[in-house]
Each structure stands twice: as C-alpha cells, then as structure tokens.
Design a protein around this ligand. Structure first.
Ligand SMILES: Cc1ncc(COP(=O)(O)O)c(C=O)c1O
Length: 400
C-alpha cells in the first residue's frame, strides 16, 4: 500500500467533523435528576449532598466522604486538614495540573517536585526519599491518566517517615489497586474532581475521602469557612440555637445539590464508562504499539484502571516532525488533541519563585514528546477508527 498523504501535507482529512479529546456523556436520567432538584426545596446543603457522599463511600470503600466545589478545593481542604504550616514542605509530582501543587502554596508551605517514572508517568518512589527532610509533612501523588499510583511503596515511605499521603485521584474515580482496594480507600486522604472532562462529571465538582475521622471532621469544617455549629468544636458555650463559631480560616467550598444530583447519576454509569474507555484504549494499544517511533504509557497490572487520558509519545528524532508538528498534523485531520501536562514548575509563577528547568528531567522529556488523544465514553467505533487512521498515516508519512 502506498503512503496515504496526511491532511497536513495537502491530503484530505480523515474526517470532516472535529473530534475533541474529551466530551461529557449526559443522558435523560441525568437531566431528570437535575430537574428534580430544581423542583425541590434544597438547591444546596440538601439531601442530594448526603446521598452523593454515601454513594462515594460505597463506591470507593472509604469510611468518610465530603463533596465540595471542585478538585482544587478538595486538595486545599486536604492540605489544611493535615495542618500544613509556613515552612513545611510537601513532595509533589510535576506531571500534573497546577492545582496539585498550588494547594500546598495556599497554606504558605513549599511544594518540592520529585520526578516521575519514565514509563508509567507516576511519581517514582525510588526518588522520593532523597527529598525528605525535617520540614517534609506529606506526599501528593497523582494517578496520572487514571492509573493508580504505586500505593504500596508510597504508603511504606510515608509510614516510615511519619508523612501523610494525599492521593490526587482527579483522573481515577473507579480505579482500584489489586489487593489494596479501590482508589479513595487507600491513601490518608484521596481527592477527586468532577470537572467536565473527567470520567464522571457535574460540570464542576470535587470530593475528599478518608478513613480517618479526625481528618474528615477537619475537612468538613474547612469546606464551610471553618464555621461550626458543633458545640464540641466551639470555644464558647452556644448563646442560643442560632449560634455558630468560626474557629479557623477557610473558604466557601460547598457543592450545590444540582451538581450532586448530576454526579450521583453519573456514578451509576461508572462501570459502563470504565468498560468503554478500557475498550477504546485496547484498540489504541493494539494499533499504536505496532508503530515505530510512538511510545505508550506503561500499564501496570496492579491497577484496574478507569482510563481518563490516552497519551502517545512522539519519540525525539523518530519522525521528520516533532511533537508540535505531529499535534498540528492531527489537528488538520480534524482530530483535536491536547497535552497533559506542562510540568508545573515551568509555569512563570513558579519560575519567578525560584523553580527552574532541569528539576525533573524525566517529566520534562515526557512533556516534550506527549500528545493526549481523544478518549471518552460516547466515542463511536468510527471515531476510534478515525483517530487510529490519522495517527497511523501521519506516522507513516513522516517516519525517518
Ligand atoms: C490531576 C488534577 N488535579 C487537580 C485538578 C483540579 O480539579 P478541578 O478542575 O476540579 O479544580 C485537576 C483538574 O483538572 C487535575 O487534572
């Protein structure tokens, strides 16, 4: 077969309609659930919140769950609950959305970036201990792409050094670690995001889960301005039934019942979402593992993964174009990819605060080569075929 000319080189695109890297799936039952909240007495602080928190405990196996406005708030609540103070340090993966590290800064503590594994893109446990000192209070790991972090190794390091493990599971609701249980029930605190591109969505939304009642009660407090109506948490005797006290400083991080109803209905479809995403990734793996010059994220057998991101690597020097060229060529085929992520410390704010290139060379290399392809529940088999055709024809045309 001759070489198929890619759209970027003047050929006809593999499809006429644009295919984006993520899209939500909302069905009639989701719409009905939202409508029923709108017709009810409670738009916030109502029964949909309690129902969602109970459902999250059932799904994750965690003893406690608190839902909140978004994944960023969840991370901030987690950092406040473990008592981060100015001068404290937290070890964080750089290959993540900025929120995973910003939460440490919100507490005036310092994120210390530790490099990722070159194959799994997850925090590399073998590099963490050299970063631990007397100021270190916690490790924040991210289940990149939905795959569970190396939880046995991370838990062991945290136990030995008296650190808290916070698992940023923005990508990994529905994932489990074989032998340990579901994500959400393993780390000291697990945080979730229900942003629109995530496996399960409420438009925006977040949650924390934990098995520790003390951490839970702090996170519940920090969700609501650190204001309490619980006399056992107050400094003074209640002056009357109206009485409440602000006993710390936080924000309003409450989720609405409207979001909670949507997320709850989405969670009922989690197994379906997970299965279809695994199927699509299986088709991608089969096609792309045969293409020289393309690298894939290593799948670890311990993780039963609800796949969130599917990432390919355009290996340096393998093609006549680099990652940017490949990205542009895919866009011309009407496959609209993305890149996850710019290593956090390369953002101007971090650079202005003393972080510099070279800190985590593996994360930087992965970033330079990576492209996130479309992956979502409602992609049709034809959509999947188009992505495979586009990647294959570009690779074949530009291979050196
Ligand atoms: C790994 C990771 N952590 C945290 C967040 C923040 O979540 P949210 O957008 O819900 O605030 C995101 C969302 O993009 C994320 O991908």
């Amino acid at each position: 077969m001759g070489k198929d000319l890619p759209a970027a080189a003047g050929g006809i695109p593999v499809r006429t309609e644009k295919l984006y890297y993520a899209h939500q799936y909302i069905d009639e039952s989701d719409i009905a659930a939202v409508e029923s909240v709108l017709r009810s007495d409670f738009l916030t602080c109502g029964p949909a919140i309690d129902g969602l928190e109970e459902k999250l405990c059932r799904i994750t196996g965690a003893e406690h769950a608190a839902v909140c406005t978004n994944g960023t708030a969840a991370l901030h609540m987690a950092c406040m609950a473990i008592g981060l103070q100015p001068g404290d340090e937290v070890i964080v993966t750089p290959l993540t959305f900025a929120a995973s590290a910003n939460c440490v800064l919100y507490c005036n503590a310092k994120p210390v970036f530790s490099d990722v594994d070159p194959e799994t893109y997850l925090l590399d446990p073998s590099k963490i201990e050299e970063k631990i000192n007397s100021h270190t209070k916690a490790v924040i790991t991210v289940d990149y792409g939905g795959q569970a972090s190396p939880l046995p190794e991370l838990t062991d390091i945290c136990r030995r050094h008296g650190l808290k493990l916070i698992e940023d599971a923005a990508h990994s609701i529905g994932t489990s670690y074989r032998g340990l249980g579901n994500v959400g029930s393993i780390a000291d605190i697990t945080t979730f995001s229900f942003h629109a591109v995530k496996v399960v969505t409420g438009g925006e939304g977040g949650a924390v889960t934990t098995n520790d009642p003390e951490l839970f009660s702090k996170m519940a407090l920090y969700r609501t301005h650190a204001i309490t109506r619980d006399p056992s948490l107050m400094e003074n005797e209640p002056e009357g039934p109206w009485y409440y006290e602000q006993v710390g400083l936080s924000m309003n991080y409450r989720m609405t019942d409207i979001q909670a109803a949507l997320i709850s209905g989405q969670l009922d479809k989690l197994e379906l979402f997970k299965k279809r995403r695994q199927e699509i990734c299986g088709r991608y793996d089969e096609a792309f593992s045969r293409i020289p010059g393309i690298g894939l994220q290593k799948v670890i057998p311990e993780s039963d993964t609800a796949r969130h991101l599917y990432v390919i690597r355009i290996k340096e020097g393998a093609f006549g174009i680099d990652r940017k060229g490949f990205f542009d060529a895919l866009s011309k085929e009407n496959i609209i990819p993305n890149v996850h992520y710019i290593p956090v410390y390369l953002h101007p704010w971090y650079r202005a605060h003393g972080y510099s290139r070279g800190l985590c060379p593996i994360a930087e290399k992965i970033y330079d080569e990576m492209i996130t392809l479309p992956l979502y529940y409602s992609m049709t088999d034809d959509d999947v075929r188009d992505v495979i055709r586009a990647v294959s024809r570009i690779a074949e045309y530009y291979i050196k």
